[in-house]
Design a protein around this ligand. Structure first.
Ligand SMILES: [Mg+2]
Length: 418
């Protein structure tokens, strides 16, 4: 393999974090669910024991209790999960600086340059799995390949199903492993596209891969119109294991030099207070990374998107600040402004924050406002504590939204309790 790319996924992430926090439930079926006091609450995560009773995510608590009356139902603590996710990012970053979060419990790693220090890809995975288990109690499964999409495919379809939690799917073996899979398992193919493909007589990924590209473009045009050429090319490349996209920590803003952080939420967020908590966490993480790398940025970007791949909603917008900064308070103020200016109130599933227009923090002219330097010093201190003890060591008071009447509101994130 030319590049060695991994997609690492956490098993039953929220449920595993809760089981680590509650050893008394170790041998019991545990789920994390919204509104546990109501049978209509939705299951966000189920531990493997609960799953063995047939309990599934996205069903209601009532349905789960029908299958497993002794189920332990736990209220979600989103902030804790975000903190554990960032802690896991730190572990990955001890193996490579090329780490790209894909969702709260899935991250891409490019370890091509790390093999000489840490051993074979499988050896690296074993070290990663052991470190994450020790630090968080979470079991991780890892797909390995030459490309991001194949690494993700290897994880979802194979690594999750074997006891080692490791699967290698080299690009040279796509016809053996990728092609027999049903077309609905292909990356980027949602329910609507699956229906199109089935009606076109394409049942497996191999069926698509083996159609000559020019012919496939014609077939898709006939169904979806002329503007489908680019989509056709992407699908065809995916089916053939072609994907040059790099693992880059700043991917969120399309490959320009950026420091960014994105996160997929477990459910749709519709209330602005809930979204703001996540935006603040993301701003904090981006600024902390900027500070540790000695950068400041002038351009702040915010992206938000809905859950439905087939009917994309959302926006990605940026604004240029007067002075470059890496101060969380300043970046978050811009992030908030952008979000409120462009959000149409549609449910949000994925959020991202990035800083671009980066410059060296050392060349920053002393601002006329000297508390800027004070703020910067304060944040350097909190950073060093976080770097040493993990990011949950210090919580920003304002991130608890501890303003007066907001007490009840602050107890919930995404309609869930922290
Ligand atoms: Mg997972």
């Amino acid at each position: 393999m030319k590049r060695v790319i991994m997609l690492a996924d956490c098993q039953s992430f929220y449920a595993s974090v809760e089981k680590a926090a509650h050893p008394e439930y170790a041998d019991q079926p545990v789920v994390v669910a919204g509104s546990p006091e109501r049978r209509s609450g939705i299951i966000l995560a189920a531990c493997p024991i609960a799953k063995s009773f047939g309990v599934k995510t996205a069903e209601t608590i009532g349905e789960s209790l029908g299958k497993c009356p002794e189920l332990v139902v736990i209220r979600p603590r989103m902030r804790t999960y975000i903190d554990v996710s960032l802690m896991i990012t730190k572990i990955y970053e001890s193996f490579t600086d090329l780490v790209e979060p894909f969702s709260i419990d899935e991250q891409f790693l490019d370890v091509t340059g790390s093999l000489q220090y840490f051993g074979s890809p499988e050896e690296i995975v074993k070290q990663i799995q052991a470190k994450i288990m020790l630090a968080t109690g979470v079991w991780s499964r890892v797909g390995i390949s030459d490309t991001k999409i194949l690494a993700k495919t290897a994880c979802d379809n194979f690594a999750k199903k074997n006891p080692e939690g490791i699967f290698v799917l080299p690009k040279a073996e796509v016809s053996k492993h990728l092609w027999p899979l049903p077309i609905t398992k292909m990356f980027g193919v949602g329910g609507r596209m699956t229906n199109h493909f089935l009606r076109m007589g394409i049942h497996t990924i191999g069926d698509l891969a083996q159609i000559p590209l020019a012919k496939f473009k014609q077939m898709l045009r006939a169904r979806m119109g002329k503007q489908s050429d680019i989509q056709a090319e992407l699908f065809w490349q995916t089916a053939n294991g072609i994907d040059d996209s790099p693992v880059s920590p700043g991917t969120f803003s399309n490959g320009q030099k950026a420091i960014g952080h994105g996160m997929t939420l477990p459910i749709d967020y519709g209330r602005k207070e809930d979204v703001e908590v996540v935006l603040l966490e993301l701003s904090e993480e981006v600024c902390r990374r900027c500070r540790s790398k000695g950068y400041m940025g002038r351009v702040v970007s915010v992206g938000a998107s809905g859950a439905d791949y087939d009917h994309p909603t959302g926006f990605s917008r940026q604004m240029t600040l007067q002075d470059p900064t890496n101060i969380t308070k300043e970046v978050y103020a811009a992030v908030r402004t952008l979000f409120h200016r462009h959000w149409d109130g549609q449910p949000v599933r994925r959020l991202g924050v990035a800083l671009t227009g980066l410059s060296d923090a050392g060349t920053f002219q002393l601002s006329l406002f000297e508390d800027k330097e004070k703020l910067r010093q304060l944040e350097r201190t909190t950073d060093s504590i976080k770097n040493r003890y993990g990011s949950s060591a210090i919580l920003r008071a304002s991130s608890l939204m501890a303003s007066g009447q907001a007490r009840e509101r602050s107890a919930k994130i995404g309609g869930h309790y922290k």
